[in-house]
Design a protein around this ligand. Sequence first.
Ligand SMILES: C[S@@+](CC[C@H](N)C(=O)[O-])C[C@H]1O[C@@H](n2cnc3c(N)ncnc32)[C@H](O)[C@@H]1O
Length: 249
Amino acid sequence: MLPLVEEILRSKQVRTVDGAATLPLKDSINAEIGHLLQKLIAEKRPSVTMEIGLAYGLSTLCICEALVKAGGRRHIAIDAFQSTMWNNIGLHHVRAAGFGDLLELREELSQDALPRMVAEGLKVDFAYIDGTHTFDQKIVDFFYVDRILNVGGVIAFDDCDWPSIHQVCRFIATNRPYRVCGSTAGTPPGFRGRAVKWAARHSRNLRLVVKPHFMRPDEELGIQASARCIAFEKLDDYVVHPDYVFQDF
Ligand SMILES: C[S@@+](CC[C@H](N)C(=O)[O-])C[C@H]1O[C@@H](n2cnc3c(N)ncnc32)[C@H](O)[C@@H]1O
């Protein structure tokens, strides 16, 4: 990991572009996520990577550092508010670290940028999703990234311990040809959760009323409960079959 990233994570401070002031670090990845992203990139050796959510640039720096080592050639970052909310500090960090030529910033909303990327015929091998954390936004982000992600590529989500994003992860694992290929640490389910899951499997009446995640627990889908970052490998392109049966998630 770059000394700049380590220093920012340690001090929880970032310098403004002119160096005149410091601001508190907010909304960034932690070291565990940075290491996970770098490990996945080292394993998969992507050529083109992308992310939603540049902010102060910590995930971008981790991705770009690993991408250069893996021989990759391009990183696209979508962030609608880089200049207005983040004072271009993320962009500045990336340039200062020497990754300016690698990075293409698209300063627009992901729901506008992604359909355009599909129309451009762009393809990526690795995507990190860390924009708006509502269920509908994440599903839309996933829907479009899936269309530009090569088979064998990886999509990773931050904040999977939020109920909204956890549900998106469950949707992907149950309804799309993806498998979990990496995760930060989570906590195993407690006794009560295990007991309800066991009872639901053994009682027909209970099965009718419990939520799907008791019938098909996270562990069975490869999802670490309460893990913050979860990565999925794309196994195939999604094709809607006429006899497709939607899996409750
Ligand atoms: C949690 S921060 C990203 C942190 C960054 N990944 C890091 O590790 O430093 C979320 C970022 O997403 C951007 N954002 C939020 N919603 C967005 C959207 N719909 N389209 C594009 N960017 C968005 C925000 O401007 C913010 O920079």
